[in-house]
Design a protein around this ligand. Sequence first.
Ligand code: NAD
Length: 263
Amino acid sequence: MARRVAEGKRPVRLDAVLAGGDKGADIYAHNQRKTCAAVGIEYHLHRLPADADVRAVEGLIETLNADPVVTAIMVHLPLPDGVEAERIQSLIDEVKDVEGVNPANIGNIVYGRRSLVPCTALASVEMIESTGVELRGKRCVIVGASNIVGKPIAVLLMRAEATVISTNEYTEDLAGLTRTADVLVSAAGVPGLITRDMVKPGAVVVDVGINRIVGEDGKRRTVGDVDHDGVVSVAGHLSPVPGGVGPMTVAMLLRNTVDAADR
Ligand code: NAD
């Protein structure tokens, strides 16, 4: 990555927008700055106050869209009350939208067009492919069907000619479906949702969930959707939380950032 940045035709730069004082977003922005610095990407953080209104956020996005030295834009969530994330995401110039959250980029995935794909979906599929599993014809069950995570993962796997089952909170007999999965991806945001008895022996299991819980010891910690200790002995491959899809998502953001500058 650092070599691609150094050898690129133009300086690679990522402009991030952070409105308000959310602690999680602050930590994410701090880590982004460090990771960008490590590979030579210029990082600019634009802060807006917590009471910024929709016009202020839209105005900043429009300025960044119009600035030719800005090659990549991302918007930290949550946005202030009254500022709808989808409206702001739709406004980001689709060639600078390195999180792939503009509906135009999400739609392009269906057609297999060259576009910026949502980072978490890319990260999940990269992790599946890294196991060497041949996706064509395999049965993949995706738990969770949000526009930014679950649905793009399902479409990417469909493009790889897998047999894909998309499930959501209303799905009947979830366990009956997950037990048939060669590849199981959970992106529901429900800690402990996927238990050992729901996993086919040898399956590739990707845990996308990031959930903050209070453990039995009273301490706060981060867990995924998968009951790691139960599932690890039955799955063929299991991605951990923390440490799996999360860091890979950051890597995909950087890859999209370099791709956007190249174009
Ligand atoms: P979301 O709330 O927008 O969507 C959740 C989806 O899960 C919905 O389709 C819902 O119907 C489904 N769902 C909820 N409960 C379910 C259940 N019991 N059984 C089956 N389906 C169920 O969430 P999101 O933004 O897609 O995020 C999902 C999870 O992924 C969260 O934990 C989030 O923190 C995490 N996430 C991780 C990364 C990363 O980089 N690793 C990035 C984005 C989101």
